[in-house]
Design a protein. Structure first.
Length: 508
């Protein structure tokens, strides 16, 4: 099957005089997987919104099954067989799996929903797709993120979707879950469904895509077969230059550098620990491990978010009694959380307001804010962290993912902490911004800050860290110094000293 399903011709879109799509033309054929790539702000999201009916193009045409169409709303696109599975899942958590899948298509008898008929249709669909582990009556709230994703995919198929857009579907999945999803994408394409895969994980795209389209500044810089492309060539199309993997040896830490963070026997009631670690001034210590190994839990315990039941945390030679993050911050610790939108940023507020939320008293006199000094300080800080924005008063929600992440770093550079914990520093960030954030972490360490970095990307923590700690089942099980281990050794350590399952890739 290789018939044309959807074609867009000369699509243009502008916001407030800023053109974000410049005459984009693409064709999508049945049974094919298309990778849509580009840095944050390249125009991917706008293109997807137009295809799915969330936005209308300023000019250009959309053709479905050789018929010119106009989508005034998402329901118009859905009626034509186009579905979107977003990063922010849209399930009704308190309803069952079957109810979510069949939402809008529930069987009724005498005006009432027929649970028996609904479950029968659900079971037939589930078995046909191969999600045999899903149970019709299970509340969605009790499911893992990966399993909820299966529910979203089943719902799209139940709606008769012929084109499914998947926006960063592997961003929150483990390596094993990612392989399972990629295998499912192949199976869906084999049935004639068109898959549009938007992802920052270039290896995932190359593993399944038949064709790849790259956008840069709203213009298509490459569109063609995925075969023959590499992560390096795709990166060059995305940023206009080659961006090599960053394997520079970190700057040496002075032999007499003081221990700034000393964690002794941290233990939690959920089976995490005991964990002990130390980080010296100017040192970057990485933490790797499978999802669920306890990396984030340890970081949250150190920072006072989740209380430990035993153990000690010492900062610059003084024992801390951490009951809240407020106390941790007061004593000179900072943390960039793994979920910037839920735990880090106030999206409706400006860059300036987000950057100064921790240091507001510093720019106040007699209870009144000295806005001039505050603006000047934020302007300097955002230049150092390379935040790209029209002004520091720009709302954070309007920024790309990479720039939102840089705003978090801006906040903590203004606080000038002694210890910085960074959880998933580049999740959902494009390759260009990733390189900038890596350099920013190195620069902060060079200032004498002790940095603890947690990442699911092995290459990231291996390339950044002076020392790499590997966690498994709530404990540190291995330690490697820079250059001592390759990716396979780290994976095997995370899996308990045995070779990783077939298909294990870049992330844990």
């Amino acid at each position: 099957m290789n018939d044309e399903f959807l074609r867009i011709d000369n699509i243009t879109k502008s916001y407030g005089g800023n053109t974000v799509l410049h005459g984009v033309s693409l064709t999508f054929r049945t049974g094919q997987v298309y990778g849509i790539l580009g840095e944050n702000g390249a125009g991917k999201s706008t293109l997807i919104k137009i295809i799915s009916g969330l936005e209308s193009a300023d000019s250009g045409t959309i053709t479905v099954d050789a018929e010119t169409v106009h989508f005034g709303a998402p329901r118009d696109a859905l009626a034509r067989g186009i579905s979107v599975i977003t990063q922010e899942q849209t399930l009704v958590l308190d309803r069952s799996v079957a109810e979510n899948v069949m939402l809008g298509h529930l069987d009724r008898k005498f005006g009432f929903v027929s649970e028996r008929a609904t479950r029968k249709r659900f079971d037939e669909l589930r078995d046909r797709v191969g999600f045999t582990g899903l149970k019709a009556g299970t509340p969605v709230r009790s499911l893992s993120i990966a399993t909820r994703q299966q529910v979203e995919i089943l719902r799209a198929i139940a709606h008769g979707s012929r084109l499914i857009i998947m926006d960063e579907p592997t961003a929150i999945l483990s390596s094993v879950e990612t392989e399972q999803l990629l295998a499912l994408i192949r199976r869906l394409a084999a049935t004639g469904i068109v898959i549009l895969l938007i992802s920052h994980f270039l290896e995932d795209v190359l593993a399944v895509a038949n064709e790849v389209t790259v956008l840069r500044d709203g213009t298509v810089t490459f569109s063609g077969p995925a075969e023959g492309q590499t992560t390096q060539t795709l990166t060059r199309h995305m940023v206009g230059r080659f961006v090599d993997a960053d394997h520079r040896e970190p700057a040496p830490v002075p032999a007499d550098a003081a221990v700034r963070l000393d964690v002794r026997g941290i233990t939690r009631s959920d089976g995490i620990g005991p964990v002990s670690l130390s980080v010296r001034a100017g040192e970057i210590v990485g933490m790797a491990g499978l999802i669920g190994s306890g990396r984030t839990e340890v970081a949250r315990a150190i920072f006072g978010v989740d209380h430990s039941i035993a153990g000690e945390v010492w900062l610059d030679g003084e024992r801390l009694k951490l009951s809240t993050p407020r106390e941790a911050i007061r004593r000179g610790m900072a943390m960039v959380t793994e979920n910037r939108k839920e735990d880090g940023l106030s999206l409706i507020q400006s860059i300036r307001e987000n950057a100064t939320i921790i240091v507001r008293r510093k720019y106040s006199r007699a209870g009144l804010r000295t806005v001039g000094k505050e603006k000047a300080a934020v302007t300097v800080a955002t230049k150092l962290t390379e935040v790209k924005a029209s002004s520091i008063e720009q709302p954070v929600w309007t920024l790309s993912g990479g720039n939102q992440q840089k705003v978090l770093f801006t906040r903590w550079t203004m606080k000038q902490p002694g210890v910085l914990i960074v959880d998933e520093p580049t999740r959902g960030v494009d390759v260009g911004a990733k390189a900038q954030i890596h350099q920013l972490i190195r620069d902060l360490a060079a200032q004498g800050i002790a940095v603890l970095v947690i990442s699911s990307e092995i290459e990231e923590v291996m390339g950044l860290s002076h020392r790499l700690l590997v966690m498994r089942t709530g404990r540190v099980v291995n330690e490697f110094r820079w250059g001592e281990a390759d990716r396979q050794q780290v994976i095997e350590a995370a899996f308990g000293g045995v070779p990783a399952p077939a298909g294990e890739g870049e992330t844990l």
